[in-house]
Design a protein. Sequence first.
Length: 415
Amino acid sequence: MAPGEAPKRMNLKAFEERIAGGGRLTGDEALQLYRHAPTYWLGRMADDVRRRKHPDGQVTYIIDRNVNYTNVCVARCNFCAFYREVGSSDGYVLGFDEIFRKIEETRALGGVQLLLQGGHNPDLPIAWYEDLFRAVKQNFPDFKLHALSPPEVIHLSRMSKLAVPDVIDRLIAAGLDSIPGGGAEILVDRVRKLLNCFNKASADEWLDVMRHAHQKGLRTTATMMYGTVETDEDRLAHMLRLRDLQDETGGFTAFITWSYQPEHTERGGREATGIEYLRTLAIARLVLDNFDNLQASWVTQGGKVGQLSLAFGANDMGSVMIEENVVRAAGASYCMDEVEIVRNVEDAGFVAKRRNMHYDILGDPFFRSHDVGRMLELSRARESGDTSVPAELVNYEARSAAGKKQRTRPISPVS
């Protein structure tokens, strides 16, 4: 049966009454609605929930920068076009000074945090991260570090032979403020094995990192990348596992879903449609009844579908981003600066407000009270052809043969 065709046995009126009363959907019920309820109905129900949770008519966004500190990765996920193998001539590690410059540029645009994620680089020990975090906090005391997805934390745990809670403790002591929800993909191990991401983190391991983070007082986000090899049942299982953990800890601030970007990846394939994205977003709003915030994924869907997301359950436009490397490597290159995000929000009939990671409102659009230039293209980690190596890397012991060889040669510092 095609999406949007409602079987006669489905009593949509009963679902409407249950949802309006705050009732919880079971997995089977959510699956039937996801597969068969009309798209307009899913959107209307999701919008009703959004209105109930956010009756003030505000849509939020954050000004931050998505910095990928290294593209060297041993995980080899077959859906990723960003990573480079150890020893690749295209591999890079950003220097501390490079990251400081990015923070300064971000602050000038009203930015309040760094979203810091990267590959599983065997030549960056936990001390490198601790030193970086401390240096950021020393130079920018009020700037927030939203950093290191659960698989990166697990990678550090394995390399350092420290338990995950101990890794998190050390990162918090160095300056970690919150953890992004990357690396979740689909939280079903059968799917993770097919995507070659099971070894970097099983579903239980991903959830366990978040559980430990929440128990230590950190807030985190949660994500879902759909459109590879998973079934509808897998997508709903993913949402239900997030819902269960949120019942337990209450530590997630937001949920973000996006479609797999196939271009330039080993896996290949086709991208899911915009309609499928809107249906997935809407069912997430209905299933994740204990999540306050849903972000619109304009970076994969474009500005107009991002705007339409506000009628399908989203109450947040995510990040201005400033920089993006991972999705761009897979062929998506949408860019929206603060002016464009605010225009989309206001044209949809909402009031745009800046926020931080905890969803505290920071104020009105930054550009309306400060002289900032337009941003027509997202920045990159580095300019093409830049092969410089940070001078501070000599302070950290490499594990790979390529890393050891590199650090026995004179290192050309980042300019």
